[in-house]
Ligand binder design. Structure first.
Ligand code: SAH
Length: 322
């Protein structure tokens, strides 16, 4: 799965109408703007350190960061001046797209390479692209699913992570070791050096079993095994496991919250209304795009927002208890 995802992103820009899928920053500029303001307020709560690393994991076309920086430059120029932009990207095609729009940024293959210091990190639809392992319960024991000869095979699980003690027969338990390792790294870094990380992605808010491996091509479902490397391959993000790993590594966590609620608390709909008023010809598109991000039947419920932060930081915007 990891190799297929790397091959997929390495040579293409998969986003938008002519591509395979669309993401929140490509749907509405208000998304990146609100996240930029989230970062700015969080920075103030951190005591306004300068410099501060502003890090994005898997920035795609760079749209979220472009929208965030534009909004921040207007509303909180001190944060814009303090922010040093670091982008974590393995795809050379997407790095080139990002470089054209974010000339002042620094690029890294891995988040571990970001220089030390207080940081604000954002990851939108990044963790879903990381490889998972699947374990299947068969007659009271865990087996692991592998791919062989173009299909799935099951073998008794060896060298497995800690697995649930009980599960109904046929249950599938998914683990993203790559995702957990990054969550642990972020948590350890935030605990020592300060800051916060915001993770937005799709997946359940609670624990549970199920096969969520999926592939997308041309905005429709595809067979994940048919053409590895030429279709988008992802899995649901297991938020409870990510949050638990981060807490074990010493960070505080807030959420996961439904993304629709989080974005509404940040004022996404008001921002969209302002944009619509100043672009009357596109008002319908602007409002329906924002609506898609918050509506439960759109992306508002399946997608979640999770924050990892320094344990001494006050609760960042949007995560206040209801
Ligand atoms: N955040 C963007 C793009 C999401 S697609 C958006 O919302 O539009 C996933 C992004 O993560 C792509 O930029 C992809 O190239 C990058 N990516 C995937 N796996 C990665 C890995 N292991 N390390 C770094 N970047 C990765």
């Amino acid at each position: 799965m990891g190799r297929a995802a790397q091959a997929y992103y390495a040579g293409r820009d998969p986003f938008g109408r002519g591509g395979d899928f669309t993401t929140a920053p490509e749907i509405s500029q208000a998304f990146g703007e609100c996240l930029g303001l989230w970062a700015a307020v969080t920075w103030q709560m951190m005591g306004a350190p300068a410099p501060v690393r502003l890090v994005e994991l898997g920035p795609g076309r760079g749209t979220l960061m472009v929208d965030a920086l534009r909004a921040v430059a207007e509303v909180m120029p001190a944060f814009r001046s303090a922010a040093e932009v670091h982008l974590i990207e393995t795809s050379s095609a997407l790095r080139a797209a990002q470089a054209a729009r974010l000339p002042g940024a620094a690029w890294h293959e891995r988040v571990e390479a970001v220089p030390a210091g207080p940081a604000i990190l954002i990851a939108n639809e990044f963790f879903d692209a990381l490889p998972i392992r699947q374990f299947v319960r068969r007659e009271g024991a865990w087996h692991e699913r592998f791919v062989a000869g173009g299909g799935f095979v099951e073998q008794p699980a060896e060298a497995a992570p800690v697995l649930p003690e009980a599960a109904p027969d046929g249950a599938i338990h998914e683990v993203s070791e790559a995702g957990l390792a990054i969550a642990r790294h972020l948590a350890g870094r935030l605990r020592v050096q300060g800051g916060a990380a915001l993770i937005l992605d799709y997946g359940p808010a609670g624990p549970g079993f199920g096969d969520s491996l999926q592939a997308m091509a041309a905005h429709g479902r595809a067979d994940p095994l048919a053409e590895p490397g030429s279709v988008d391959i992802t899995a649901h993000v297991r938020f409870p496991a990510l949050a638990a790993a981060a807490r074990e590594a010493g960070a505080a966590t807030h959420g996961p919250l439904p993304m629709g609620l989080f974005l509404q608390r940040l004022g996404l709909m008001s921002r969209a209304a302002i944009l619509a008023r100043s672009n009357p010809r596109q008002a319908g598109l602007i409002l329906s795009g924002a609506e898609r991000l918050v509506a439960p039947e759109g992306m508002g419920r399946l997608f979640k927002a999770l924050c990892l932060c320094h344990p001494g930081l006050a609760i960042p915007p949007g995560f206040e208890p209801a």
